[in-house]
Design a protein around this ligand. Structure first.
Ligand SMILES: Nc1nc2c(ncn2[C@@H]2O[C@H](COP(=O)(O)OP(=O)(O)OP(=O)(O)O)[C@@H](O)[C@H]2O)c(=O)[nH]1
Ligand SMILES: [Mg+2]
Length: 296
């Protein structure tokens, strides 16, 4: 059997999580049009009859301005260690910039084989130039691929190339395991994704979601309670909305998706709390949202 570890890196918003979802042919990771959607390294395990590929999605590499950002970048760098292959994802409409230069240094130091993936080619007329610029500035790529997740272009070719690149190895995870993150994490991410979808400006970045309780109340009903943390009272007002309209919308969208992963009806109880500067100071929240490894 072939098996191995593939780490996906790139600056925020280039489509890393979207690519991993495309490999699975379904949503495993949350995605949004706001940068810094992914905050943790998250393993997604693909298993078929003759191979197991463990994809590690990572937060976008950026210049951090608070502890949460520092931990996110640290998580991405850590994820590059010990993998068999790195996917270096670039947004075709943005090209090669500072973040890519930093990534290039990191990849070179890791001495790991790397595929260059130019994603979002649907947004540009000519992606040949960006491939050339990226290759000229960074000469570390074993192979180059162009993809569009929205138009499903190049995904199959890239996936097949990854598969054939994997070494012979064991099954690392049970074959029905999709992610290494617990259900409470997956639920919190779904709630956060709906907030990212429905709010703007600084609000999405100031939100943490923690699942407090998951209880099987009746045979076919699961009670889930979660707390949404924000940094200011004005943000709490935005999340709740006029007469509770926003929190209701967040709850409805999230509940439908949570029900599909839990396989039962869900009663979702959401609360909003203010914790000033939690992104810099609140190690309990940072720990609860999965930053433990990065805090050590
Ligand atoms: N036009 C276009 N949009 C894409 C493509 N792939 C992803 N997107 C969009 O780009 C945005 C960012 O996608 P994500 O998958 O969340 O990006 P990411 O790199 O994981 O972002 P972070 O988690 O913030 O680092 C979303 O709005 C996606 O729908 C693509 O091939 N073409
Ligand atoms: Mg992401």
């Amino acid at each position: 059997m072939k098996s191995g570890f593939v780490t996906v890196i790139g600056r925020p918003n280039v489509g890393k999580s979207s690519l991993v979802n495309a490999f699975f042919g379904r949503k495993v990771l949350i995605v949004s049009d706001k940068p810094q959607t992914t905050r943790n390294r998250i393993r997604c395990i693909y298993t078929d009859d003759d191979c197991q590929i463990i994809f590690t999605d990572t937060p976008g590499i950026h210049k951090p301005i608070h502890r949460l950002g520092e931990f996110m970048v640290k998580a991405a760098i850590q994820a590059m260690k010990g993998c068999d292959l790195i996917l270096f994802v670039v947004d075709a409409s943005k090209g090669y910039g500072e973040a890519e230069a930093k990534m290039c240094d990191l990849v070179r130091a890791s001495k790991t084989r790397t595929f260059l993936v130019i994603n979002k080619i649907d947004l540009v007329n000519d992606h040949v130039k960006i491939i050339e610029t990226t290759k000229n500035k960074c000469d570390i790529f074993t192979k180059t691929f162009t993809t569009s997740v929205v138009e499903n272009r190049g995904i199959f070719e890239l996936f097949e190339a990854i598969k054939s690149f994997m070494p012979e190895g064991p099954m690392y995870f049970p074959k029905d395991m999709i992610t290494d993150r617990p259900i409470s994490f997956q639920i919190a991410e779904i709630v956060r994704e709906k907030i990212l979808l429905l709010t703007r400006e600084e609000v999405p970045h100031c939100v943490a979601v923690i699942v407090d309780q998951i209880l099987e109340r009746e045979k076919n009903l699961v009670y889930v309670s979660a707390t949404i943390y924000v940094e200011r009272y004005s943000q709490k007002g935005i999340i709740i909305g006029k007469d509770g309209s926003m929190i209701k919308q967040i709850g409805t969208l999230a509940r439908i998706e949570i029900e599909s992963i839990v396989g039962k009806r869900v009663y979702l109880d959401l609360h909003v709390k203010v914790k000033k500067n939690w992104r810099d100071k609140d190690f309990i929240i940072l720990n609860e949202i999965g930053m433990k490894d990065e805090m050590e």
